[in-house]
Design a protein around this ligand. Sequence first.
Ligand code: NDP
Length: 292
Amino acid sequence: SESSNPSKTVLVTGGSGLVGKAIEHVVATGECAEDEKWVFVTSKEADLTDAAAVKKLFSKVKPTHVIHLAAMVGGLFKNMKYNLDFLRKNLAINDNVLQASFESGVVKVVSCLSTCIFPDKTTYPIDETMIHNGPPHNSNFGYSYAKRAYAEQHGCKYTAVIPTNVFGPHDNFSIEDGHVLPALMHKIYLAKNLARLFIWTLREYDEIDPIILSVGEEDEVSIKEAANMVIEGMGYTGEVSYDTTKADGQFKKTASNAKLRKYLPNFKFTPMKQAIKETCDWLNKNYDIARK
Ligand code: NDP
């Protein structure tokens, strides 16, 4: 996406993913500022675990700003199966991208933490100050430690956002590897909102301390309520049974969005039911091309 007179080049890593696609959509439909050029990259342009490839990418694109989304990502079962790979790959990707940003004089980086990386045993709601208060849930210690390590930064405007349970078009709907909602949808447009908040963070959020991008505690739903919304969204009328022999993962991740509300008191999130319905409709229409 190119404006007429760009003085800022925004490099988005993970451009083919759930969040990257949503940002691309929002930028392409009117959110691109006059002075910005947006470049979305995937693993095809550069394998970000490879330091030399990352350096090459940065000298080609010459970004002034970076939204760093690329990561080895997955739901509970994939995390349990590949804990070590999650640690090694994500440490390498994050180290390479942040180091290349630092060396090439990038003025602002927005990276991605997650509520999954917070301590397992905690008080609720969790907020931005509590990341290091105890060990993460053991189902995803690899992912968590890789992300926790770069919550700390040195002197630059390199900040991080903490999205919570994202789903939407272009998600990974794999039953084995996906997050709970898309995986459920496979069995039987909240992302757009998050994309707008990413762009807001890039342009307006001047703190280095991370910020949780989440709906409020009052909008938390149980897995059962979420499952019921998916059943309704998919128009499923058959019988439903719960297999309680499977791992649960972390019990809950109730997050405070008080900090976000301080900045954006009037921001409207898509209601959960509507977002699930839109994602179900997207999956039904795009089943052939969906990651699954
Ligand atoms: P996706 O799994 O949808 O996309 C991952 C992206 O990372 C893809 O574009 C993929 O590119 C890229 N990628 C993975 N490995 C490499 C690599 N070695 N080199 C280059 N690119 C690579 O992720 P999401 O959009 O869901 O997540 C984006 C960020 O948000 C991540 O950092 C994640 O940790 C974080 N997050 C996500 C949440 C969620 O619920 N989804 C919640 C909280 C945080 P390719 O297609 O080419 O493989």
